[in-house]
Ligand binder design. Structure first.
Ligand code: CS2
Length: 455
C-alpha cells in the first residue's frame, strides 16, 4: 500500500500520541490522504526505533479480559525533534494542514497565575534564539513551542496560508493556552510574526483521553510471542478512547468524527469533566497511593482509604459539572472500571510527575469553586496535602519547579505548606483559611501501618 502523504505534523512523539491521535487518523475513511510526520521532544530514541521499522508499530489494546493487536501505519515519518530544518520544511509546505501537540502540560511555560511566563525554563533562551534567527543570525530554539514558532515563520514566508495548531495536552482551554504561548514566543521574533499568527493560525482546543502506560520489556516480548514478529516499539493502551475537539481547521483535517471523535462548539464542560474526574483522581491516587505503599492505579484504587479520597473529590467536582449530557454517574462508574483494570499496569510514579502544573488544573478549580459555594473543598484540599506529604517523603520527583520545591521543603509547618501551595497557585497560597485547611490534612492519608513503600 502506498504511504499517505504528510499532511499532519506532530510534536511530541510518545506513547500517547501513538495510541490516540495516530489511532484516530488511521481509522478515518480518508486515512489514505493523511500521513503524520511525528517529531520527538528531547531525545531522538523514539524516532530512531520507529524509523527502523518503517514507522509501523503494534497497538496492544489491553482489556480486563485479554489483549488484541493492531498495526498502526498513520505515522509515515518519525523525526528527531532537533531536526528543525525538516520541521520548518514540513510546516512551510502547503499540503500540511494541521500541527498536533503532545508536549506535556509543563511545556507551555505557564506561570502560577496561568499566564505565559517569558522567564520559564527554556523560554527566555528561546526568545533570544528566535530574535537572533529573525535577524539572520544563528539561533536555534530548544523548546517544542520555540521550534514551532520558527517553523510558523517559515510558513508565513512560503505563503502556504493558514493552518491549525491542535493541543492534545491535559490543560484547561489548551487551545487558548497554546495560542498565548506561541504568541508570547513570537514576540521574540518581532517583524509582525505575532500578527501573522493571530490572523492565520487557528488554535483548536481538545480534550483527549486514553490511558497509555509506558511500554515495558514484557510488552515487547508479548508482541513477539503473540504476533510472531519483533516490534521494538509497541504501545499498550486501554480499549477506551475519547477525543473532543472545538475550533477551526482552515486547511482541512481528517474526518476524525467518523472514527468516534466528537466535535463541539463549547468544549469547557467536557474538558473539566475529564481533567477533574479522571486526571484529578489520578493525582490523588499518585500521591496518596505511593505514600500508602502502592505502585499502580489499580492497586491504589483497591485501597479503601484511596478510594474514599477519590469518591469525596468526585462528589465535590460533580457540583460544578452540571451541563446537560455530561452524565456524571455513568462517567464515574466507567472510571472505576477503567482504573480497576489490573491488566493495565499504570505506574503511579509516571502520573506523579509535574505536579505543580497538573494540580493547578486538577485541584485548584474545584477547591475554589467549592469554597465560593460555601463548602470547605476538603476533597480537593486532600489532593494538595497528599502531594505536600509526597514531596516530603521522596527527593525523587520530576517537576518544572523542582528547585523551588526543594527550597520550600526546607521550611516547616504552615510556612512550608504555604510556600509549596504558592508554586501551584498564588491565589490559594494567599488565602490563610485554605493554607490552614491543607496544613491540617497533611499526614492524614499516609499509611498508618508498616506497608513497605516504593518511595
Ligand atoms: C495522567 C494522564 O499522567 C497523568 O497525569 O493523569 O496521562 C492520563 O492517564 C491520561 O490523561 C488519560 O487519558
Amino acid at each position: 500500500m502506498p504511504q499517505p502523504p504528510v499532511r499532519i505534523v506532530h510534536l511530541g512523539l510518545g506513547a500517547f500520541h501513538r495510541s490516540h491521535q495516530a489511532w484516530y487518523t488511521q481509522h478515518t475513511p480518508d486515512a489514505a490522504e493523511w500521513g503524520i510526520a511525528a517529531f520527538t521532544g528531547r531525545r531522538p530514541a523514539a524516532a530512531e526505533a520507529l524509523s527502523a521499522q518503517d514507522c509501523l508499530y503494534t497497538l496492544v489494546e489491553r482489556s480486563a479480559d485479554g489483549d488484541s493487536f493492531e498495526v498502526i501505519g498513520s505515522i509515515v515519518e518519525a523525526v528527531d525533534g532537533a531536526n528543525i530544518a525538516r520541521l520548518c520544511e514540513l510546516v512551510a509546505a502547503e499540503e500540511t494542514a494541521v500541527v498536533t501537540l503532545t508536549i506535556t502540560e509543563a511545556a507551555y511555560g505557564l506561570a502560577a497565575d496561568g499566564t505565559f511566563d517569558g522567564g520559564a525554563p527554556g523560554v527566555a533562551d528561546d526568545l533570544r534564539a528566535l530574535s537572533a534567527a529573525a535577524s539572520g543570525e544563528a539561533g536555534v530554539p530548544g523548546t517544542p513551542l520555540g521550534r514551532l514558532v520558527l517553523a510558523l515563520a517559515r510558513r508565513r514566508d512560503s505563503g502556504a496560508g493558514p493552518i491549525a495548531v491542535v493541543s492534545c495536552d491535559n490543560l484547561s482551554a489548551n487551545g487558548e493556552v497554546a495560542r498565548r504561548a506561541v504568541l508570547g514566543l513570537a514576540s521574540g521574533w518581532g517583524s509582525g510574526l505575532a500578527e501573522w499568527i493571530g490572523a492565520n493560525v487557528s488554535f483548536v482546543s481538545t480534550s483527549v483521553d486514553r490511558i497509555t502506560p509506558r511500554t515495558t520489556e514484557a510488552d515487547i516480548a508479548e508482541v513477539a510471542e503473540q504476533c510472531g514478529y519483533t516490534d521494538s516499539a509497541p504501545v499498550v493502551a486501554e480499549p477506551f478512547r475519547n477525543w473532543v475537539l472545538s475550533g477551526d481547521f482552515p486547511a482541512g483535517r481528517p474526518r476524525w468524527e467518523d472514527a468516534g471523535a466528537v466535535v463541539v462548539a463549547d468544549i469547557e464542560p467536557y474538558e473539566n469533566r475529564k481533567l477533574w474526574l479522571l486526571n484529578g483522581s489520578h493525582s490523588i491516587l499518585a500521591y496518596a497511593g505511593q505514600l500508602r505503599g502502592h505502585a499502580t492505579v489499580a492497586d491504589a484504587l483497591a485501597d479503601p482509604a484511596c478510594r474514599k479520597a477519590v469518591e469525596d473529590f468526585w462528589d465535590e467536582a460533580a457540583h460544578h459539572l452540571q451541563a446537560a449530557g455530561l452524565d456524571i454517574p455513568a462517567y464515574r462508574k466507567a472510571l472505576l472500571e477503567r482504573f480497576g483494570n489490573a491488566r493495565i499496569a499504570h505506574r503511579l510514579a509516571q502520573i506523579a510527575a509535574d505536579a505543580t502544573t497538573k494540580l493547578r488544573m486538577r485541584a485548584v478549580p474545584v477547591l475554589t469553586a467549592e469554597r465560593a459555594s460555601g463548602r470547605t473543598g476538603s476533597g480537593a484540599a486532600l489532593m494538595l496535602a497528599a502531594w505536600i506529604d509526597y514531596v516530603a517523603a521522596t527527593q525523587d520527583f520530576q517537576d518544572p519547579l523542582a528547585e523551588d520545591i526543594h527550597a520550600a521543603n526546607a521550611l516547616e509547618g504552615y510556612g512550608r505548606v504555604q510556600a509549596l501551595l504558592r508554586l501551584v497557585s498564588a491565589e490559594i497560597a494567599d488565602d490563610s483559611d485554605i493554607v490552614s485547611l491543607v496544613h491540617g490534612l497533611c499526614g492524614s492519608i499516609a499509611a498508618k501501618t508498616a506497608t513497605p513503600s516504593p518511595l
